[in-house]
Design a protein. Structure first.
Length: 154
């Protein structure tokens, strides 16, 4: 169990690191969008930057939610269900931000790391359980989308 906690702590560190990098990217994109608006730039270019900004903001929000989940797993030891949900959220987020290959690749790596932890802990998930976990992951992703729409940058 100690090795499992160490690996989870590493995943948490990587989540925080990625979120920090994405927050920096979001800040740069926000400045760029503002500059493009002030300069009256081409609408297609502005729309492309706004779309990228929305995707990055979405990823930051989902990663923040996942950080809390992993922190809870570490603090409370609720491994089985929450780990599978975290893996499923990472997979879904990776699919949704595939237009940003660097981010998508890191998310896939994090999902693989969680998958290895699940396998190493001999956690067995049948198809009925997986459906429930994917539904929980979908709810997290939808919650982030709703929060983002509430404070949309476009």
């Amino acid at each position: 169990m100690l090795e499992l906690r160490g690996r989870l702590a590493r995943v948490l560190y990587d989540l925080r690191l990625l979120r920090g990098r994405l927050e920096q990217l979001r800040d740069k994109l926000e400045r760029r969008v503002e500059n493009l608006r002030n300069l009256g730039s081409d609408e297609r270019l502005l729309r492309a930057y706004v779309n990228a900004l929305n995707q990055v903001s979405y990823a930051v929000l989902v990663l923040s939610i996942l950080e809390v989940k992993v922190e809870n797993i570490l603090a409370l030891g609720t491994v089985v269900h929450d780990l599978v949900v975290v893996r499923e959220v990472l997979r879904e987020l990776s699919r949704r931000v595939r237009n940003i290959p660097e981010v998508s690749a890191v998310l896939e790596d994090l999902g693989d790391s969680i998958g290895e932890i699940i396998a190493g802990a001999h956690i067995k998930v049948d198809s009925a359980q997986l459906t429930v976990f994917r539904e929980a992951a979908r709810k997290i992703v939808e919650q982030a989308e709703q929060q983002l729409r509430g404070g949309n940058v476009s």
